[in-house]
Design a protein around this ligand. Structure first.
Ligand code: CA
Ligand code: CA
Length: 145
């Protein structure tokens, strides 16, 4: 089954809106990538996707990627150097623990929205949005093939 088929249009829209709302108060950029299987180490795969989506190109290096492989039940949340040096590993681990609780109940949309909101809070704190902010990376979900 393709990962896309697990999410209704309404659920996809909720996730996209969560990214939009999180970015209203920060220059940081959040993206969500979902695919069915992850055949390699999940962090390696997330880093590969991060680069493929050009997420390292933000001016303040504050992109955050939430990566999920549905069938293989693997996910990762990684931040670029700008945000990572502010928050460190504990921050991501706490978010991941809470996302895992949602995912274990197959509440994928809720888990993703939670991760987006929590990442957004930290980005808003460290990287407040300037009045001339651009949306450097699109807010829509990306589905792997
Ligand atoms: Ca922005
Ligand atoms: Ca964006």
């Amino acid at each position: 089954m393709n990962a896309l088929e697990h999410f209704s249009v309404e659920q996809q829209d909720r996730i996209k809106q969560a990214v939009h709302h999180a970015e209203v108060c920060t220059s940081g950029e959040i993206r969500v990538y979902i695919e069915d299987k992850c055949k390699t180490d999940v962090l390696d795969r997330a880093a590969f996707i991060f680069a493929e989506l050009l997420m390292h190109t933000t001016a303040e290096r504050n992109g955050v990627l939430i990566y999920l492989a549905l069938s293989d039940k693997k996910f990762a949340i990684i931040g670029d150097v700008g945000i990572h040096q502010k928050v460190g590993d504990d921050f991501w681990n706490t978010i991941k623990e809470n996302m895992t609780m949602h995912f274990k109940q197959s509440h994928f949309t809720e888990g993703l929205v939670y991760g987006i909101i929590e990442s957004g809070k930290s980005l808003q704190h460290y990287f407040p949005r300037a009045h001339n902010d651009n949306d450097e990376l699109p807010n829509d979900l990306v589905f792997g093939k």
